[in-house]
Design a protein around this ligand. Structure first.
Ligand code: HEC
Length: 246
């Protein structure tokens, strides 16, 4: 619950943060695999063996945390790099940790307060978006409380020979796409929360080009990192086998 005074202080901090990160907001989002995006950890190196924050030690920023923010918050008109609603941008590590963010303390972190807000008119994401799931909230809480590390070299077990819709494909859409592609506010009317919608996207001929970042297609996930080669291959295999509801 914010008092008016807090809000005023908040606005001052907010303007400062916006100035501070303005040019950083323009840097391209790194790909999920293999690259170190060079993000700083805002002085949260304590407690990490050897001080290397980029090695996957359990919870992993690019694999586990970033997709939640991109799909549910970095929606056009909300917290993408263009709109930055209320000065908050959630497209990459630096933008996420740059404002009202207290690494090591989820309860003192504004974004965490918003995703756990109990007032219906204040919770984020706001309707018609869905609140984050309790599992997503728990993951974000743990990540912040563990120091909000910018872990990038994450192992992701992934088997391209497994591409059944329910077990393998829908979970990819749930993780990377659903926040922008479900319900009444689905972007471009593309629904990726059920087989019917996913099959329609396949039939429109627009699905694979968007995830492969081909010319003539808007790259998906919008504003986020490209899916891993293995995830893309799984979706290709599913499409090539007839995009079945299996
Ligand atoms: C942050 C929001 C966001 C996320 C996450 C997102 N999309 Fe999109 N998607 C959009 C927007 C915005 C458009 C409309 C783009 C345009 O107008 O060119 C769109 C359009 C599309 C289209 C239609 C493209 C066309 O040219 O007709 C497809 C297909 C699509 N997205 C697939 C996906 C897939 C697959 C994922 C997950 C891997 C995904 N999107 C994740 C925002 C998002």
């Amino acid at each position: 619950m914010k008092t008016t005074i807090n809000s005023i202080v908040f606005l001052f901090l907010c303007s400062a943060a916006m100035l501070a990160c303005k040019h950083k907001g323009q840097t391209p989002v790194p790909s999920t695999t293999g690259t170190n995006n060079g993000g700083n950890n805002g002085g949260n190196s304590g407690g990490n063996n050897g001080g290397n924050n980029n090695v996957d030690t359990g919870i992993c920023f690019t694999r586990d945390i970033l997709p939640i923010f991109v799909s549910n918050c970095a929606i056009p008109g909300c917290h993408d790099a263009v709109t930055r609603s209320e000065g908050f941008q959630f497209t990459d590590y630096n933008s996420i940790v740059s404002k009202e963010f207290v690494a090591g303390n989820a309860d003192a972190t504004e974004l965490y307060q918003k995703i756990t807000e109990d007032k219906a008119d204040k919770i984020m994401p706001p309707p018609p978006g869905s609140p984050l799931t309790s599992a997503q909230i728990a993951l974000i809480r743990r990540w912040i409380n563990e120091g909000a590390k910018n872990t990038t070299n994450c192992s992701s077990p992934c088997d391209t020979t497994k591409f059944a819709y329910a077990a393998d494909i829908q979970p990819i859409f749930d993780k990377y796409c659903k926040g922008c592609h479900s319900g009444a506010s689905a972007q471009k009317g593309v629904l990726l929360d059920s087989h019917t919608g996913a099959a329609a996207a396949v039939n429109s001929g627009r699905l694979l080009g968007t995830i492969r970042h081909e010319a003539g297609f808007t790259a998906m996930p919008y504003g986020g990192s490209k899916l891993s080669d293995c995830e893309i291959r799984k979706i290709e295999n599913w499409v090539n086998a007839g995009a079945q509801n299996n």
